[in-house]
Design a protein around this ligand. Structure first.
Ligand code: HEC
Length: 120
């Protein structure tokens, strides 16, 4: 019994600390999005770009969850800085992605910023 209680407390604490570290988001489910609150001005153009480009084929929920959990939600692959770059290129190469390399680079830099913020 004691073990179970200890375990429950540990799980509770780890869930709490993850929740604490999370970046600001808005909405839930399909409406889930990154919050623009507190985003430094230098990232704003990339943020606006991402809001348009990255919801063409799927909702932003996918990207938010990847940043928050550190795992890409479809494949379960790690979503860290190296992976962000690879995913950026993967999304760029998809048919009709309607993005260019420069735009992907800017969004990758922004997502790296979110990963840093999320780790704080
Ligand atoms: C042309 C369509 C298209 C666009 C535009 C697009 N995606 Fe995707 N995305 C997909 C598809 C299809 C998948 C499903 C898994 C796969 O093929 O990688 C996906 C999956 C994902 C995943 C989950 C990957 C995994 O392995 O679980 C993330 C994160 C993601 N996209 C982020 C983005 C970001 C960020 C952008 C904007 C830069 C973007 N997507 C733009 C089509 C697109």
């Amino acid at each position: 019994m004691k073990k179970i209680v200890t375990l429950a407390v540990l799980i509770g604490l780890s869930v709490y600390s993850i929740a604490e570290a999370r970046i600001k988001i808005s909405g839930r489910g399909a409406k889930m999005n990154f919050s623009s609150d507190g985003i430094p001005d230098m990232y704003k153009p990339a943020f606006d770009l991402m809001l348009v480009k990255c919801i063409k084929c799927h909702t932003m929920e996918r990207t938010v969850i990847a940043v928050q959990t550190g795992r890409a939600p479809i494949t379960g692959q790690p979503f860290n800085k190296q992976a962000v770059k690879a995913y950026g290129i993967k999304m760029l190469r998809k048919p009709n992605s309607d993005m260019d390399k420069k735009q992907i680079r800017d969004i990758v830099v922004l997502l790296n910023y979110f990963l840093d913020e999320n780790a704080k």
